[in-house]
Every structure is written in C-alpha cells, then in structure tokens.
Design a protein around this ligand. Structure first.
Ligand code: ZN
Length: 321
C-alpha cells in the first residue's frame, strides 16, 4: 500500500511539473524584422507575408495596423500569435509613447486576432471590438481550433499563445470617436465569413477591408457568401475611401478592393452562365480558366480557384431552389 501511495504521489508530482512547464513554454520572438508603413498620416500597416502560416514565417501572415489619435493608439487586427502581438507592440513604441486605447478585430480567423493576448497583457482594460458572430464562434471552439492550427502549422513557433476573445460587440453603423479620428463599422451580411467587419475612417479616407479582399493573395472562403463578398467590396468602393487596406497583401487605392471583387464577379458570372446551360462545375472550369490570367500568379490561386468555383456553383444552385 505504501509503495502504491509513493508511486501515486510521484505520478501526480510529475504531471504537475509537466503542466507547469507547458504553461510557461513560449515560442521565440519573430526572427525577421517587419517595418510599419505609414499609409496615410497617422495610419500604419505592417504588411505580413503572403503565404499561409508556416515554420519560416512563424505564423505571421496578416496586416496588423495601428492608428495614432490624440487620445491614444487604436489597433486593427493585431495578428495571429502572442509573438506577433509583441512585435506589433514594439513597432508601435517606435512611433508613439501613447497607450493603446482600443482594438478592432475584422473577423473570426485567428491569424488576425490571436495577438489580442499580447495587447491585453499590457493593457488589461482595453476594449476589443468584434462582430457578435465572431465572439460566439470563438467561444464555441474557433478560438481553440485556431490556437492549435497555428501551433501545428508553425511547428510550435506560436507556443504560449492563448485565445483572448473580443470583449465588446460591434455591428453595422457603429461610430467610435477618438479625438479627431472617427471609426465607422460596416457589416452588411455574410461575405468572407459571417463575421466580417470593415472599418472606415472618413477623416483619413481609409478603409480596412479585412479578408473581404486579398491583394496578391486569393483567400479561403469559410462559411461566407460569394455574392455577399462582392456586395461588401462594392460598398467599400462607394464609401469615399481613397486608401484600401486588404486583409492580406499590399495596401493600395481602389485596385486593392476592385481586383478581388473582379476575381469573384468573373467566376460568379461565368458559373451562372454555365449553370443555365446545364454544365457541371467540372465542365465550367476549363472554359473559365483562360480568363483567370490576371490572378493566376497570386498566392493561393492554385489551391482556391477550383474550390471557389465549386462553392459558387453550390451557392447558385441553392439560390435556384
Ligand atoms: Zn480570413
């Protein structure tokens, strides 16, 4: 009996050590230096790599951004890991000593928001805004799934990252004022996902598109709507913005939204025609492929084009019934 108790306490002790060790394990800081680009006065974007999360990019693949206001710094999409958030905090310190006063998350995909953790560790009371659908999905499993996905795809580089959900709901038509900076939130309906907020800054004529657009990168559509995605980009293009910040790829003028809109529209129109002619998605693909030259060198095109075509086919079929 004594022997058994000794064994049992050894096992318990060993597992306590294991748990303690794993909760303190932390991946290394980002190895590569990424600079923040001022896209208009007081609005900065760190343009992340275009590839999917991998060992080399340590999970960094989105466009974290920050806005300097008279009241403090506002962050949009801090990134996909604790380490990326720490890189962003260091980049902000280089240009401002002001505190972070708000964080806005564009949508549920963790490559955009898992770095909320880094911001909250330094600013425990900071409001983090996200769409109610995002908040619900993160709580119901998406948060944990994204932590695991980033860990797996980076071979543990994001270790130490825990999901910290948005703590304030934002929907269509909300307005947030920080000194002379106004941020308007736009949510029309399902687009890239069913959680996508866009942020429009009327005084700077800048719009953050989230993953409703990639520029130089084709994005996975995940439970969203292609016609909704096109509608969201058309709305953005009519917003009055001069500067468009996509979820992935370089910031630009209208082309940073319209190229992706055109990609989706062309597939949608051609699939509609094919559907009316009783063609299957497999028969439409070779007819459409030669028209896709504008996008064929974009990152993700090979993986996503065929999938998008089939998803759009199903969307048209569903609307028909
Ligand atoms: Zn996304």
């Amino acid at each position: 009996m004594n022997k058994f108790l000794t064994l049992l306490s050894t096992v318990i002790f060993a597992s306590v050590i294991c748990i303690t060790e794993s909760s303190f394990a932390k991946g290394k800081p980002l190895e590569k230096q990424y600079d923040a680009t001022q896209v208009v006065k007081n609005v900065y974007v760190i343009h992340g790599p275009l590839e999917l999360p991998n060992v080399a990019n340590q999970g960094f693949m989105n466009n974290p951004a920050f806005i300097l206001t008279e009241k403090g710094v506002v962050v949009v999409d801090p990134g996909g890991s604790l380490q990326i958030g720490e890189m962003l905090l260091a980049a902000i310190k280089k240009v401002s000593a002001m505190p972070i006063i708000a964080v806005f998350n564009t949508h549920v995909h963790g490559d955009h928001w898992l770095a909320n953790q880094a911001i909250l560790e330094q600013y425990p009371n900071v409001p983090i805004y996200g769409h109610p659908n995002m908040i619900e999905q993160v709580d119901n499993g998406a948060g944990k799934q994204w932590v695991d996905l980033m860990l797996r795809s980076t071979d543990g580089a994001t270790e130490g990252t825990q999901y910290v959900n948005a703590n304030k709901s934002a929907t269509h038509g909300s307005k947030y004022t920080f000194g002379s900076t106004v941020i308007e939130t736009i949510y029309l309906d399902s687009a890239h996902t069913n959680t996508d907020l866009m942020f429009y800054l009327p005084n700077q004529a800048v719009i953050f598109l989230g993953d409703n657009a990639g520029y130089g990168r084709i994005l996975r559509n995940d439970g969203g709507s292609f016609s909704g995605n096109i509608a969201a980009l058309n709305y953005a293009l009519e917003s009055g913005a001069n500067v468009y910040v996509p979820g992935h790829g370089m910031t630009g003028g209208k082309e940073a939204a319209s190229e992706y809109r055109d990609y989706l529209s062309l597939i949608l129109e051609e699939v509609k025609k094919g559907y009316e002619d009783d063609l299957s998605d497999f028969e439409i693909k070779p007819l459409l492929s030669p028209s896709m030259d504008r996008w064929k060198d974009w990152s993700g095109f090979e993986q996503e084009f065929g999938k998008h075509l089939s998803q759009i086919f199903l969307e048209i079929e569903a609307e028909d019934f």
